[in-house]
Write a protein that binds this ligand. Structure first.
Ligand code: TRP
Ligand code: SF4
Length: 330
């Protein structure tokens, strides 16, 4: 019998999650719960690396995000769900790893340069932002993870994590496995305007959106741009609404839309209504659970507290080994 592999992953607290977050990460985490020992956490310290000027929303965003995790199907009896800043050992390991991490590894990190360019309204010339991947490495190896489920954008950070683990093992003896990158399929779901779905673009449908909001949002979706008039035939293969149909509608509806769009038998208004109906129904169980957890904040806090405790036990055990290896007081 082979031991169950352990995976670790985190999300920065962005508040309510949207369909892009769901299909890009959360659905994958939910599927992993039965085959791996899972540690999933809210990376609230990581949020501060870029949003240090506006820390005020973090607690609310953390709770909202955990509520969405639970509503969508992450289960505390299967996975350890916790908050990074509650497990102080992450910070201690981050400090120790920073001693052995060469600065050029961080400076040549592609996401570092990209983010500095992309977020040019923020001053990211900080030590903490440069050290982002070192904290991420600590998050991962503190649980001796075998793998890290992430999107392709995070792959360079997991590569740096392996390099740091290797260097630590070389210097002080083998304590850490080198975690594999478990790539998540990127979400095919685009935003209402066909850009990447993002809270900041204002083009997102949230898991907790009310039916009437979903209907209103779907009605604004951009369709096949070539289809100008109701009488023009359309091409579902270039239409974002059709992508949603493929996920949220039954197969009969999908094939009918595929056929009738091409002959202009169905118009976009009707087509969107049908899709919205399927979407609203699919999200109903999540929406219900979201209402439940939102009205039971103490229950959510209890779930987070017991996850924190479980994570702490593992993290503390690792830190004892690490302090021993470095000949530090324990
Ligand atoms: N950097 C990740 C992101 O922005 C979040 C994160 C922090 C993370 N620590 C992690 C992901 C550890 C996986 C493992 O999405
Ligand atoms: Fe898209 Fe539907 Fe309009 Fe065709 S009918 S272009 S699939 S919204």
């Amino acid at each position: 019998m082979t031991a169950t592999k352990r995976v670790v992953s985190g999300m920065r607290p962005t508040g309510a999650l949207h369909l892009g977050n769901y299909h890009g990460a959360l659905a994958n985490w939910i599927n992993m719960q039965d085959n791996y020992e899972c540690f999933f956490f809210v990376a609230d310290w990581h949020a501060l690396t870029s949003d240090y000027e506006n820390p005020g929303n973090i607690i609310m965003f953390t709770r909202q995000m955990v509520i969405d995790w639970l509503s969508a199907g992450l289960a505390p009896e299967k996975s350890t769900l916790f908050v990074q800043s509650h497990v102080k050992e992450h910070a201690e390991l981050f400090l120790l790893l920073s001693m052995i991490t060469p600065v050029p590894w961080l400076e040549r990190n592609p996401t570092y340069k990209e983010q500095i360019d992309a977020l040019n309204n923020k001053d990211l010339s900080t030590f903490g932002f440069l050290g982002y991947p070192v904290l991420q490495a600590a998050d991962i190896i503190i649980y001796k993870a075998d793998g890290v489920p992430v999107g392709i954008d995070q792959a360079p950070h997991i590569e740096i994590t392996r390099e740091i683990a290797r260097r630590f093992n070389f210097l002080y003896g083998k304590i850490f496995p080198e975690p594999a990158t478990i790539l998540t399929q990127t979400s095919k779901i685009l935003g209402l305007d066909r850009r990447k779905m993002s809270k900041s673009y204002n083009n997102a449908i949230f898991l907790s959106d009310a039916p009437e909001d979903i209907l209103a949002k779907v009605s604004t979706m951009i369709t096949d741009p070539q289809r100008q008039r109701r009488s023009d035939p359309g091409d579902p293969d270039v239409c974002n609404v059709y992508e949603f149909h493929k996920i949220y509608s039954d197969t009969d509806t999908v094939s009918a839309v595929n056929r009738d769009c091409r002959t202009a038998k169905i118009g976009c208004v009707e087509c969107k209504k049908q899709m919205a109906k399927g979407l609203i129904e699919s999200l109903a169980p999540i929406r219900e659970k979201n209402k439940f957890y939102t009205s039971h904040p103490d229950l959510v806090d209890d779930i987070i507290a017991s996850g924190n405790q479980k994570a702490c036990e593992t993290a503390k055990a690792t830190l004892r080994e690490v302090r021993d290896a470095l000949k530090l007081f324990s």
